[in-house]
Write a new protein. Structure first.
Length: 232
């Protein structure tokens, strides 16, 4: 009899706790879910921004297998590590985000858990007004100059990309610099890829950018005069 009473008290306390969590969250958020562990997830705040931990389930569509991913949002932007699983709970990917875009190391796995691809990305901060990117000579890895562009929220491949076959057998490696695929020493091809982001030069340059470029170009010329370098 005491055991039954104890179970009833535990159930009543758990129900009361869920009610309290739900009542408090409903006052703060526009919408949310409560996980089986009693955690508040998938929060949309009063400003319609996603916040906190999210668990997203994508069902199978047109032959493409479904999956589930989980991670954190801050002000409607993905941040930190996000993990993706298949329908049976096997890890498919571990991606890292910053400013809402990919940033840092991204890893992708086979259904057996073998590493298939290692990627490195650079995420740009949309709150930073400008960014400096390198300009390469035609068909080589030499930096000819640098240019100032207006920063916006996007990500580009930046660093080493490694490809593996099943069993984590190494296949090849590519190196990127701010979205540009660099030419390997043993690669006779001169083809390069375009940056993954949209071309920022298509925008009209502001007065601040023009003044910054003018000031920067003078410093660049003085540096070349001192060490004897010339632009390509």
């Amino acid at each position: 009899m005491k055991n039954i009473q104890y179970k009833f008290i535990r159930f009543a306390c758990f129900t009361a706790a869920l009610f309290t969590v739900g009542f408090t969250a409903s006052a703060q958020y526009k919408s949310f879910l409560v996980s089986v562990k009693g955690d508040t997830i998938n929060v949309v705040d009063k400003k319609n921004l996603k916040q906190g931990k999210w668990v997203v389930t994508v069902t199978e569509l047109r032959g493409e297998p479904g999956y589930e991913e989980e991670g954190y949002y801050k002000d409607d932007k993905k941040t930190g590590p996000w993990r993706k699983y298949n329908a049976t709970g096997d890890i498919l990917a571990i991606e890292n985000y910053k400013f809402g875009g990919k940033d840092g190391v991204q890893e992708y796995f086979s259904f057996l858990g073998d590493l298939l691809r290692h990627e490195e990305w650079k995420g740009y901060n949309p709150d930073a007004p400008y960014d400096t990117i390198p300009v390469y000579g035609q068909g080589n890895n030499e930096v000819a100059s640098y240019k100032i562009v207006q920063a916006e929220q996007y990500s580009v491949p930046h660093g080493e990309w490694k490809y593996y076959a099943s069993g984590e057998k190494f296949i090849k490696m590519e190196t990127y610099d701010h979205g540009r695929l660099l030419k390997n020493a043993d690669d006779k091809s001169t083809a390069v890829t375009k940056p993954a982001a949209a071309n920022p030069d298509e925008k009209v340059k502001t007065k601040e950018i023009l003044e910054y470029e003018k000031k920067y170009s003078k410093k660049k010329r003085k540096s070349m005069e001192r060490d004897g370098r010339t632009a390509l």
